[in-house]
Design a protein around this ligand. Structure first.
Ligand SMILES: Cc1cc2nc3c(=O)[nH]c(=O)nc-3n(C[C@H](O)[C@H](O)[C@H](O)COP(=O)(O)OP(=O)(O)OC[C@H]3O[C@@H](n4cnc5c(N)ncnc54)[C@H](O)[C@@H]3O)c2cc1C
Length: 327
């Protein structure tokens, strides 16, 4: 980012990645314009489980990036008062101790904890496993709140934000991008940064530069329940849950298709039953049943990046293990 002082930079996409780029570039004295097709934070970020994780169950080609992102979030917390990360740590476990031990080989920074220690961290667990991996350095945030904090920070450094302004194409000269075409006209730029989430491929097609990135759907479920049910981020074959500061229990699930039994509400009910049966002491009056569906807020399936080579602005996601929300 060095050497961009005074340059006109257009960043396409005003959500977590674009907001962060705008903040950091504007902080280096670039003249930043953030261009967003919809409103601020309207992308997939609003449906994110938003776990900042350094752990990964297999060999991890982006381990360094994960670790750098975690440190960057700690820095950002000191720079932006509106950006709050809850560094709760995470507990991961599998059905067999062998698998936990195998995973621990890939996660040198994680501590192997016993059942008693697990109960100390999560007293509401009904059936704690014998062992789990505890990663103290991990946390989660409200990604929409963080986006707004980054954009406010960028604006403090004189960045401009244009919402409801879709980028339709690019202006070029001698095979060099010189600006973006929007519904309201052309914006000239020295540098154009694509932070358009899964919309990025449509944009690169306009430049005849296909990107090998796909999208996989995932579901975020929000349950209204009693506070202080879950302290850490729990990841097991049965569930991936955490609780936000307002008490909302968040669960991330894979999208399994359009069939009736895999509609988001059905998945939410199944996840709730699994969570109740396998671990948490869900308060009876918040027990989820078809009668209480109104207590569940669902995001319909949202699309996140998958596959392709991962760079700082992309997300490698498989079924449960997330990548990093790059700051
Ligand atoms: C259920 C679920 C759980 C997840 N959990 C995690 C997790 O725990 N940890 C993690 O790190 N990641 C997680 N992810 C992935 C993570 O949320 C995303 O990788 C991240 O939010 C992507 O942010 P973004 O800014 O790149 O894209 P987006 O949030 O999608 O923003 C892109 C923006 O670009 C705009 N745009 C697109 N095209 C144009 C255009 N032509 N002109 C102008 N604007 C345009 C869009 O309107 C949008 O607002 C999860 C995703 C899902 C769905």
């Amino acid at each position: 980012m060095e050497g961009n002082a005074g340059k006109r930079v257009v960043v396409i996409g005003a959500v977590i990645v674009g907001a962060s780029l705008a903040y950091h570039l504007a902080g280096k004295c670039a003249n930043v314009i953030l261009v967003e097709a919809e409103g601020i934070a309207s992308g997939v970020t609003g449906s994110s489980f938003a776990w900042i994780n350094i752990s990964h169950s297999g060999p991890d080609p982006i381990a360094q990036l994960r670790s750098a992102a975690t440190q960057d979030y700690r820095r950002l917390q000191t720079e932006l008062p509106g950006l709050k990360v809850r560094w709760t740590g995470s507990l991961s476990y599998s059905a067999s101790l062998d698998r936990v031990l195998q995973a621990s080989g890939n996660q040198p920074s994680a501590t192997l904890v016993s059942r008693l220690q697990i109960l100390g961290l999560e007293p509401n667990l009904k059936n704690p496993p014998q062992h789990a991996l505890y990663e103290a350095e991990e946390g989660a945030l409200d990604a929409v709140e963080a986006t707004h904090a980054l954009i406010a920070g960028a604006q403090n450094h004189s960045a401009k934000v244009l919402t409801h302004t879709r980028v339709l194409g690019f202006s070029t000269q001698n095979a060099k991008v010189t600006g973006v075409e929007t519904v309201t006209g052309i914006i000239d730029a020295d540098i154009v940064v694509l932070a358009a989430g899964t919309g990025i491929t449509k944009l690169t097609e306009k430049l005849k530069m296909p990107l090998p990135i796909g999208a996989s759907a995932a579901i975020l479920i929000r349950y209204k329940t009693q506070p202080n049910l879950v302290n850490t981020i729990i990841s097991s074959p049965q569930m991936e849950v955490r609780q936000s500061t307002d008490g909302t229990l968040l669960a991330a699930e894979d999208y399994l298709g359009d069939s009736l039994e895999n509609q988001p509400v059905e998945i939410a009910l199944r996840t709730a039953r699994r969570t109740q049966a396998n671990s948490c002491r869900w308060h009876p009056h918040h027990r989820l049943s078809t009668r209480h569906r109104r207590s569940v807020r669902l995001r319909n399936a949202s699309w996140r990046h998958s596959g392709g080579d991962c760079g700082p602005s992309c997300q490698r996601g498989n079924s449960r293990q997330q990548g990093i929300l790059c700051p």
